[in-house]
Write a protein that binds this ligand. Structure first.
Ligand SMILES: [Ca+2]
Ligand SMILES: [Ca+2]
Ligand SMILES: [Ca+2]
Length: 287
């Protein structure tokens, strides 16, 4: 510091003697910078030093102002940068918050979709099981229907066939009445060859249907297996009978039965099986 180096110097060149001049010349006391002792080179002239000091001070002041201005400018820049960073930080923070919310929403949506997917999978499996069961049911039904259709086709074919052969239809059966005469066994064989059998009389109505032909004909009833035990050709026992008055009488080993039209009356009669008579076949249709 230049202030610390200031010393007092007298202008000895004008001192003549003693202390009296000392006081007279106190007005000439000058302050120097960079004082040097006696014998050193003379200090610079006062006028030059003052000017230099002023110039230095002015220069320092100018520098300080410049530095201060620079610092203000730097401060302003830093403040601006800080504000920008603060703003950016806020944006990032806000963005991060939004992302967190979005992530949370997506997780919720994902959970919801997972639940929906699970439900749909379950429903699909149930539907698949239902479809599989229905398919099996349908296949079974289809098989049954196919069988029924085949049966109906066969029945229709039979119906057409027996109709064309001039068989007579009555209450679920076709009937064939022969035009020639044979033994009971030969007659039954003929019916079997036609896909039928000798008639089994199941009701009064059926007997009435047969009576309208006003003929004597073999029917499918016999006691040839066991005397007195009448049995139809389909294996069923006799329950409802329409015997002619006085029949069955067994006569001469009479084991086969005809439905007889005699003296304007209808009824059954047991006769020997080897006699030759007309016969009537029955073909059940089960329509
Ligand atoms: Ca019958
Ligand atoms: Ca008999
Ligand atoms: Ca008889």
């Amino acid at each position: 510091m230049s202030d610390l180096n200031r010393k007092v110097r007298f202008q000895t060149s004008e001192k003549k003697d003693g202390n009296e001049d000392f006081y007279d010349n106190t007005d000439n006391v000058m302050i120097y910078d960079n004082y040097q002792t006696e014998g050193s080179p003379a200090p610079p002239k006062l006028q030059d030093d003052a000017t230099k000091d002023q110039q230095q001070t002015s220069h320092d002041k100018s520098n300080w102002i410049m530095e201060r201005n620079q610092l203000w400018a730097d401060n302003a820049n830093l403040t601006s940068e800080r504000d920008e960073l603060q703003s950016s930080y806020s944006d990032v923070k806000s963005h991060n918050h939004n992302l967190t919310q979005k992530t949370s929403q997506l997780e919720n949506e994902n959970d919801h979709l997972q639940a929906v997917n699970n439900n749909l999978t379950k429903e699909r499996d149930e539907l698949q099981n239902h479809i599989d069961k229905k398919t099996l049911d349908f296949e079974a039904s289809f098989e049954t229907l196919t069988e029924q259709r085949d049966e109906l086709k066969k029945k229709l074919t039979d119906f057409v066939h027996y109709s064309q052969q001039e068989w007579k239809y009555f209450s679920g059966s076709f009937y064939y009445i022969s035009s020639n005469k044979k033994t009971w066994h030969e007659s039954r064989t003929d019916c079997l060859q036609r896909g039928a059998d000798l008639v089994v009389v199941n009701s009064r109505e059926e007997q009435a249907f047969i009576n309208q032909y006003r003929k004597s004909m073999w029917i499918g009833l016999t006691d040839s297996e066991r005397e007195g035990t009448w049995k139809w050709v389909d294996g069923t026992p006799l329950t409802t009978s329409f015997w002619y008055s006085g029949e069955p009488n067994e006569g001469r080993n009479e084991d086969c039965v005809e439905t007889m039209f005699y003296r304007n009356k209808h009824g059954w009669n047991d006769v020997i099986c080897r006699g030759k008579k007309l016969w009537i076949c029955e073909k059940k249709m089960f329509l």
